[in-house]
Write a protein that binds this ligand. Structure first.
Ligand code: FE
Ligand code: FE
Length: 164
């Protein structure tokens, strides 16, 4: 693909994030189902709802750009989710599985935070103020989810310490 301007790179990265979010929509219900801790389960369910809203924000941006959201597969997210899937198939005590789910979920959030931080900054440089607002909202949600997971890990990791 020809990538001769920041605007083209911007659209390309938005497509990548769109693909990432779509993949996350498939994975989160499985993670919620696998979680034993009630608060962790709830956190995944809440983030599933937020993720639906994040896809809608991207839809809005593509609408404003007059461009299609299709055409890219986020291989980075595919890899992260594949690792998560392999881990969920392991035989683990419930507390250890919860700790592992948090570990996988935080990798996903950090990947998204990097991606959204970048496109938010591109949108600022390109003068796309409406996009900036939408992307910042999503960036804030991803950041809050990451913090929430850290907070849950502080007790779940300790529970996982205890040998069965
Ligand atoms: Fe997201
Ligand atoms: Fe997220």
């Amino acid at each position: 693909m020809e990538m001769d301007s920041l605007r083209k790179l911007y659209v390309d990265e938005l497509k990548d994030l769109y693909s990432a979010e779509k993949q996350i929509l498939q994975a989160l219900p499985k993670m919620a189902k696998k979680a034993s801790d009630a608060q962790l389960k709830k956190a995944f369910e809440t983030h599933l709802e937020e993720t639906r809203g994040q896809v809608e924000r991207l839809d809005r941006i593509f609408e404003l750009l007059g461009k299609s959201s299709r055409g890219k597969k986020c291989k980075g997210m595919e890899g992260l989710l594949e690792e998560g899937k392999e881990m969920m198939q392991e035989d683990m005590e419930p507390e250890v599985m919860d700790a592992a789910l948090i570990s996988a979920a935080q990798r996903v959030e950090h990947y998204e935070i990097a991606g959204y931080g970048t496109v938010r900054t591109y949108a600022q440089l390109l003068g796309e103020d409406q996009h900036v607002k939408l992307l910042q909202q999503t960036l804030d949600e991803e950041g809050n989810t990451d913090k929430k997971l850290t907070q849950l890990a502080s007790s779940i990791n300790v529970e996982a310490l205890v040998e069965a």
